[in-house]
Design a protein around this ligand. Structure first.
Ligand code: ADP
Length: 483
């Protein structure tokens, strides 16, 4: 069967071959018996930077790096002797001095007598591939150098879950445990052995929240994971034992300090009660004998003692938020609001305040805490007014961010610049003469909210009233069942 159509004559055939040769990506070069170049296609021009015009009729030595010249001559001799086909990789030196790596497959055109007339080299330029491989090796060395120079135990698992790279810190953290019997470490086995419950492990791999676990050497390790490109996983283990110990020591000191403050405040109540009581008695008995100035001094002493009593009471309720054992349960917020309104009855009557209740969704929380929170927020809403009639709206709704309580007033408002400061103890924006208070109320609210793992904030502007918000997680989790 003919390989070409009959209409395809010899001229057509020649221009066909010529077009093909100059179109293909492969380098095609042909040498005659005198080692002169007789064919130098476009791919050769591109790889070498020399034109066919420059190269045809020339010997090919200028294409060969000096140190490879001898080897190249031997190869050409070998081919001319008829040893074809023959594959070899050589370098070409381009006109601009750069080097290219070419993989050659060589063949020959042989005369009827069997003598080689031309050798033909067909080459693939592998420079890009080689550079890419070298770059990959460099990156690999860089990556290993980087992970070996960190204290964190790092292990990278491939998409199949097998450990592909890990560092010496990882081996040191899990001595003898790093690899399983067959010499490989599987992600699931690693996590199962440390954590037991793989659902927890899904957390660290999915949401990216770290988990903590202990090791045989009584160390505490924090492990965080990330999916990496290509479906692999990287786990980073940090030894946080020292941090944990420092944290525990700090918590203990804090508890001791809180206990100390609580007892000291408690003990202050009694002498304070004596001061105010005996001052009253003294005034009753001798008030009439004293001049106006002495009576004013009495007023100062009584006022000072009263202020001190309020401060001690406020600080005690601040300390109590932590020291008292509080249990959480389902709270009917409407009922709690009514309790608070009864408690604030005299303030409400004196100011003529109007308290409106919006939707009041129930919440799982500590009852005494929520009552104190509402009492402080509503008390402030009534207090921080410019003389008008206070209007306060209270609502509790279930929103995507959790159960949300809002207490909105029509009072003096707050400059947003101070919106965070006011939740710190003793931070007040006014003098005691303008508005009485000790600056503890909102700090108590924040402490209560923190214990519920919630958030408290205010939205306001001067003269525009203020709305205080409290968001609590909708449902308590086991660790919060006992606050
Ligand atoms: P106190 O009322 O005893 O000063 P708080 O901790 O309850 O202490 O409040 C801190 C400060 O926040 C107050 O001194 C006041 O300046 C500001 N503040 C609190 N609630 C309101 C409110 N509803 N409107 C305007 N300012 C407020």
């Amino acid at each position: 069967m003919p390989l070409v159509a009959e209409s395809f004559d010899r001229d057509d055939e020649l221009s066909f071959l010529s077009t093909v040769l100059d179109t293909v990506d492969a380098l095609v070069i042909a040498l005659d018996r005198d080692r002169r170049i007789v064919r130098f296609n476009r791919a050769c021009e591109r790889a070498s930077g020399y034109s066919a015009e420059e190269m045809l009729g020339e010997e090919p030595w200028m294409l060969v790096p000096k140190e490879e010249r001898r080897a190249f001559e031997l190869i050409v001799d070998f081919l001319l002797a008829g040893n074809v086909p023959y594959s070899v990789e050589t370098h070409w030196q381009a006109k601009d001095g750069s080097r290219r790596l070419i993989a050659w497959t060589n063949n020959a055109i042989v005369s009827d007598s069997g003598a080689v007339q031309y050798v033909i080299g067909t080459g693939i330029d592998k420079t890009g591939q080689r550079d890419a491989e070298e770059q990959a090796r460099r990156n690999d060395r860089l990556l290993r150098g980087a992970i070996d120079n960190t204290d964190a135990g790092i292990v990278i698992f491939d998409a199949g879950g097998l450990a592909a790279i890990w560092n010496s810190a990882f081996e040191a953290m899990f001595p003898g445990h790093a690899l399983s019997n067959d010499g490989s470490l599987h992600l699931t086995d690693h996590l199962k052995e440390r954590i037991g419950d793989l659902d927890d492990a899904a957390d660290i791999l999915g949401a990216g929240s770290p988990i903590e676990f202990g090791t045989a050497g009584e160390r505490t390790i924090r492990c965080s994971g990330r999916r990496v490109l290509g479906g692999g996983t990287i786990l980073v283990h940090t030894d946080i034992s020292d941090l944990k110990q420092a944290q525990a020591a700090l918590e203990k000191t804090n508890q001791e300090l809180e206990q100390f403050a609580y007892l000291a405040l408690h003990d202050l109540k009694e002498p304070l009660r004596s001061i105010t009581g005996f001052c009253e008695l003294l005034r009753e008995k001798h008030g009439g004998d004293l001049d106006a100035e002495s009576n004013r001094y009495f007023d100062f002493v009584t006022d000072g003692a009263n202020r001190l009593t309020t401060l001690v009471q406020d600080l005690l309720s601040y300390a109590r938020v932590d020291s008292e054992d509080r249990k959480i349960g389902r709270i009917d917020c409407r009922e709690t609001l009514e309790e608070v309104i009864r408690h604030l009855e005299s303030e409400i009557r004196q100011s003529g305040a109007e308290i409106e209740a919006g939707p009041m969704s129930p919440v799982w929380a500590d009852h005494a805490g929520i009552r104190l929170l509402l009492s402080n927020l509503i008390g402030n809403a009534i207090k921080y007014q410019e003389g008008g009639r206070p209007r306060v709206r209270v609502a509790a709704e279930n929103r995507p961010e959790g159960w949300t309580l809002s207490v909105k007033d029509n009072g003096i408002g707050i400059d947003p610049r101070h919106a965070d400061r006011i939740f710190e103890p003793f931070k007040r924006l006014h003098t005691r003469q303008a508005f009485p208070g000790s600056g503890i109320g909102l700090a108590i609210c924040k402490k209560i909210v923190d214990r519920h793992h919630g958030r408290i904030w205010v939205e306001s502007a001067p003269g525009q009233g203020a709305t205080f918000y409290v968001a609590l997680p909708t449902r308590p989790s086991e660790d919060r069942a006992n606050l």
